[in-house]
Design a protein around this ligand. Structure first.
Ligand code: AP5
Length: 269
């Protein structure tokens, strides 16, 4: 199914477009592909997510990005989340669950979605399961990016982001073109390759906040691996990005979309 292909929104529309009852029944019986991209801060979730989005043609839903957007827009949610996030702590379960509930009901999640950074506690996992159960669905796969803690400080503290696009760079692993050899990274020489706009560092990308983020990850987040143990797949993400991609592709291949009725030829008149 191409990104631009339109799936009839209702059964009536599908019938009007010429789909047979069998095609409609088969499509209705399909469950959404729901993947959780799991890993500690800096493990590469944001780096690898576009690969899965492209393969499955489903959106990446990052609760971190959604919360940062809320903070930037000074919404009520953003005001509640700002200080908590800066300190590297976790935002309230109910608040994040409410954001996700609304988001996964959107039209672009019709065939599935990739959760990045959610659920992060067993409480959030239980809320997600209960929500999915309402539509007789469940999590299809938890893709776990395994990276030892000692690799993460270098990744997190060297990360620079282009805020408008979300493009992510690193002061030594993935330099922007503007950073000359041997130069000390600064807002003046860390510029987005495409727009030449200044890059920024996240407020929680500090050594101090990382200690808190990792504490939260080990104490509150890793227990969800046991919760989903039947569907967890592991990836060795301590390697270079080009060695991680093929491992991800292998696990994702099982969920690649087959031809949907929208692609199948409508029944002959
Ligand atoms: P969130 O935005 O989700 O942050 P995170 O989980 O800490 O993950 P990061 O975005 O920091 O790392 P990443 O794994 O995406 O790594 P990346 O690919 O960028 O959450 C932020 C905060 O929001 C939380 O602390 C919490 O307060 C709140 N929050 C969010 N969701 C919540 C929830 N569900 N409940 C409660 N609170 C919530 O890579 C990092 C760097 O490493 C980059 O510079 C990259 O270039 C580099 N890199 C990537 N891969 C490699 C590699 N293989 N080798 C070398 N360098 C690499």
């Amino acid at each position: 199914m191409g990104a631009g292909a339109s799936i009839p929104a209702t059964e009536e529309e599908a019938k009007a477009a010429g789909f047979t009852d069998e095609q409609i029944a088969e499509y209705k019986a399909r469950k959404r592909t729901i993947i959780i991209l799991f890993g500690p801060p800096g493990s590469g979730k944001g780096t690898q997510a576009p690969r899965i989005v492209e393969a499955l043609e489903t959106p990446q839903l990052s609760t971190g990005d959604m919360l940062r957007a809320a903070v930037a827009a000074s919404t009520e949610v953003g005001k509640k989340a700002d200080e908590v996030m800066k300190a590297g702590a976790l935002v309230d379960d109910d608040l994040v669950a409410a954001i996700i509930k609304d988001r996964i009901a959107a039209d672009d999640c019709k065939s599935g979605f990739l959760l990045d950074g959610y659920p992060r506690t067993v409480g959030q996992a239980e809320k997600l399961d209960a929500l999915l159960k309402e539509s007789d669905e469940s999590v299809s796969m938890v893709l776990r990016l395994c990276v030892p803690d000692e690799d993460l400080e270098q990744r997190i503290c060297g990360r620079w982001i282009h805020q408008a696009s979300g493009r992510s760079y690193h002061a030594s692993n993935k330099k922007p073109k503007s950073l000359g050899d041997g130069a000390e990274p600064s807002p003046e020489n860390m510029l987005d390759d495409e727009t030449q706009e200044p890059l920024m560092q996240r407020k929680d990308d500090t050594k101090e906040a990382l200690v808190e983020r990792l504490k939260g990850y080990h104490e509150m987040t890793t227990p969800i691996l046991d919760h989903y143990k039947a569907v967890v797949k592991e990836v060795d993400a301590a390697k270079a990005p080009e060695e991680i991609g093929p491992q991800i592709d292998e696990h994702v291949a099982a969920f690649k979309p087959a031809a949907a009725p929208a692609e199948a030829a409508p029944a002959a008149e």
